[in-house]
Design a protein. Structure first.
Length: 153
């Protein structure tokens, strides 16, 4: 069902519909990750690490290209990727109760010279994540979030 602005709300498969605060793992094929990425919308944030260890976040428009996600990135992001290729892509939820999609991966420069703007990310893991419901959490469970792993196998 499209939400305001024409974007669909992230819906979990029926196996995830009945929830507890425990983390639930449901295997998802890579093709399902592609559908989830499309459902999240066109804008994400690419998170890389700067020389001094600080995170560097930039808004990007990811494009699926087979098993990789391609983005156009600026000079600083490309420099970060060249020396520290572990990155994350974050798609915020399209509505306040929705899930963010976080995809961790290994990035490479599309142009080995570092001059071209393309960065290719090969996903290694993904998770749908949202803040915990307002209900109190158990100290024994330690659960403070409502995460859904999205395995790539």
């Amino acid at each position: 069902m499209p939400a305001a602005g024409g974007r669909r709300r992230t819906r979990l498969p029926p196996a995830r519909a009945v929830r507890t605060l425990a983390v639930v793992s449901v295997p998802v094929e890579l093709a399902d990750l592609a559908a989830t990425i499309r459902e999240q919308g066109p804008t994400a944030y690419l998170l890389s690490t700067a020389d001094d260890g600080r995170p560097h976040a930039v808004a990007v428009t990811p494009v699926l290209a087979g098993p990789t996600v391609e983005v156009e990135a600026g000079r600083r992001t490309r420099a970060n990727v060249a020396t520290r290729p572990l990155v994350s892509l974050l798609w915020p939820p399209s509505d306040p109760q929705g899930y963010s999609l976080i995809v961790d991966g290994v990035a490479a420069l599309g142009d080995p010279s570092g001059e071209g703007p393309t960065v290719r990310v090969t996903p290694s893991s993904a998770v749908l994540h949202r803040p915990a419901p307002a209900a109190p959490t158990s100290a024994a469970s330690g659960c403070g979030s409502d995460c859904e792993p999205v395995p790539l196998t």
